[in-house]
Write a protein that binds this ligand. Sequence first.
Ligand code: PAF
Length: 288
Amino acid sequence: MQISSDAASLRAQVAEWRRNGERIGFVPTMGNLHGGHLRLVDEARSRSDRVVVSIFVNPTQFGPGEDYANYPRTDAADRQALQAHATDCLFAPDVETLYPDGPALRTYVAVPELNDILCGASRPGHFTGVATVVTKLLNLVQPDLAVFGLKDYQQLLVIRRLVRDLLLPVEIVGGGIAREPDGLAMSSRNAYLGDAERRRAPTLYHTLQGLAARLEAGETDYPALCAEGRRQLSAAGLQPDYLEIRRAEDLGVASPDDHNLVIPAAAYLGRARLIDNIRVHRPGGEPS
Ligand code: PAF
């Protein structure tokens, strides 16, 4: 596995593969890799000849008081895991490489229609930081395809939108959500959970599953279903940030005429902010 920390060596390597007509897959990460990330790497591997993974804890997507300084950094274990998953190149730049004039955003990419809702409402500026760094990374790697996890559903839609609007020549693939045996979605931030919190954490997914089953059975009183879901989270000791029923295609407010839905949710549990979602196809209409 080649390890690059500067743009020139990354570009030289990718250019050589491209001259050989190889298809390049890319998985951007912030490191502290777990089974969820490795599933995305395997997805990229199955669709490309070469796989590039980036590890970069992006300062511009963390708000004041968030965990940028303490975000878990596990470089040696990450390298081993990537090698075991047949990664061809690890790109691990420092902040100066991606933000030569410092991390204040002078030029940025923003997707206004998705910026301020759901996670964006609780984390102002987060998606502008994500959209900007992903645009930089796509410009540097110039992959044929890039894989992003469906767990961060809003992030995936932000990236699909920016790629479409900026005419970037890359296919965006949504990679499935990897879960622990009890249903908790894998996340680097699960490490913040104490033992008792960890036992309660799967309630988030189980609540979403219960609501999905009721939507599939034909219920359409979305506000009542969401209120009940939030009550279930609170009863289990989680503090709901949001739990909503939205249109899967664009996260717009869903009406009973919509059939392709998503239930995104976020909840605080101790030091962790958990997010998850479940997609639902209600009876009738074409699955998306
Ligand atoms: O999902 C993540 O890990 C990050 O938001 C990403 C896409 C690597 C951008 O920093």
